[in-house]
Design a binder for this molecule. Structure first.
Ligand code: URA
Ligand code: SF4
Length: 199
């Protein structure tokens, strides 16, 4: 054991990272909702543990369920390219989802599943303490922009805590399907560098 002045007690930073790792472990064995029944792997999320940006998608798809990692399929490659387009790498940000387990046949997550899983997301945001939370798609948007429509409010920024804002964006899968939404997605991404200034 290291005999540092703080030995016996974890430094705050070590404690924070330990808490994040513990939360990820809890997600991997979670049975709080029915989505645990059909999963191969729960997907807690991944990336930097000191990110300036946290991206929040909807829920794992087939590729994510197989690998236990978020956004590793076609949407993920699109998102990675967009992140690189603003001069960052995937490892610089944190990527997670509203529900951590794949809904069967990629159906939409149900309200009770979102509620069951919400405590994980809330705690992740608190522990990761990003400057910006980017919501990807409707379900993620609903958490911070309740009752809004994504076609109306994508690109909007809202303060959600002192020093923290949410930016609403289309889901990458939607952007891949529709050229107009793809353009909007790319334009909304361009707001990020400006939001990080002054952090
Ligand atoms: N779509 C999502 O919403 N999340 C993922 O992790 C992958 C695809
Ligand atoms: Fe638990 Fe969330 Fe998975 Fe439901 S979706 S089993 S609440 S981790």
């Amino acid at each position: 054991m290291d005999q540092t002045p703080e030995s016996g007690a974890l430094s705050n930073e070590d404690g924070r990272v330990q808490t994040i790792l513990r939360l990820e472990k809890d997600v991997r064995s979670c049975t709080r909702c029915r989505l645990c029944d059909g999963r191969i792997h729960a997907v807690p999320g991944e990336g930097s543990y000191s990110p300036q940006i946290v991206f929040v998608g909807e829920g794992p798809g087939a590729a994510e369920d197989r690998q236990g990692r978020p956004f590793v399929g076609r949407s993920g490659r699109f998102l990675d390219g967009m992140i690189e387009g603003i001069g960052l790498r995937r490892e610089d940000v944190f990527i997670t989802n509203v529900v951590k387990c794949r809904p069967p046949d990629n159906r939409d997550p149900r309200p009770d599943e979102i509620v069951a899983c919400s405590d994980y997301l809330e705690r992740q945001i608190e522990l990761l303490a990003p400057r910006v939370v980017v919501t990807l798609g409707r379900y993620s948007m609903q958490r911070w922009f309740p009752g809004e429509r994504i076609t109306r409010i994508h690109g909007q920024v809202k303060e959600i805590a002192p020093g923290r804002v949410a930016l609403a964006m289309y889901h990458p899968a939607a952007a891949l399907r529709n050229p107009q939404w793809r353009e909007a997605f790319a334009a909304d991404m361009q707001k990020l560098p400006g939001l990080l200034e002054g952090k």
